[in-house]
Design a protein around this ligand. Structure first.
Ligand code: RTP
Length: 150
């Protein structure tokens, strides 16, 4: 399969609290992505500061860290064709109000500070984020349906 990539998807604390974990995972599974890692974690401020290191000078950074540390998140790694770019398309825009209907944010939320789900924005960042959130490594397995998707 060409362009096989991995992306890091994370259901944020509001997505967990609102019971949207299943809905979000289902969208990616139905699209044909292979889930290769999944866990719930209540992230420390230290972990979040590493994850969002690129944003540390932005005015919203303290509130972002507070929001992300306010409850457990669901950390997911997905694999498939153009997983990074396709994941971003499926998520919609950072601001839910600018997100098209049919996208996760365009269907399920309204506010940039409560936008329910994260997705890696480049292959390089995906690799960094996967290493950060899954230092224990990732399982390897074959999905019987792979030949029916590609
Ligand atoms: P994410 O990393 O969560 O997938 O989001 P993103 O790439 O679409 O957006 P990014 O610019 O990296 O921002 C990260 C998260 O910070 C919060 N944010 N708040 N103006 C604001 O108050 C503001 N801007 C961004 C959002 O939760 C955004 O997802």
């Amino acid at each position: 399969m060409s362009n096989t990539e991995r992306t890091y998807i994370m259901v944020k604390p509001d997505g967990v609290q609102r019971g949207l974990v299943g809905e979000i995972i289902q969208r990616f599974e139905r699209r044909g992505f292979k889930m290769i890692a999944l866990k719930m974690v209540w992230p420390t401020t230290e972990l979040l500061e590493k994850h969002y290191a690129d944003l540390k000078n932005r005015p919203f950074f303290p509130n972002l860290i507070k929001y992300m540390a306010s409850g457990p998140v669901v950390a997911i790694v997905l694999e498939g064709r153009d997983a990074v770019a396709t994941g971003r398309v499926m998520l919609g825009e950072t601001d839910p109000l600018k997100s098209a209907p049919g996208t996760i944010r365009g269907d399920l939320c309204l506010q940039v500070g409560r936008n329910i789900c994260h997705g890696s924005d480049s292959v390089q960042n995906a690799e960094k984020e996967i290493a950060l959130w899954f230092p224990e490594g990732i399982v390897k397995y074959t999905l019987a349906t792979e030949n029916w998707i590609f």
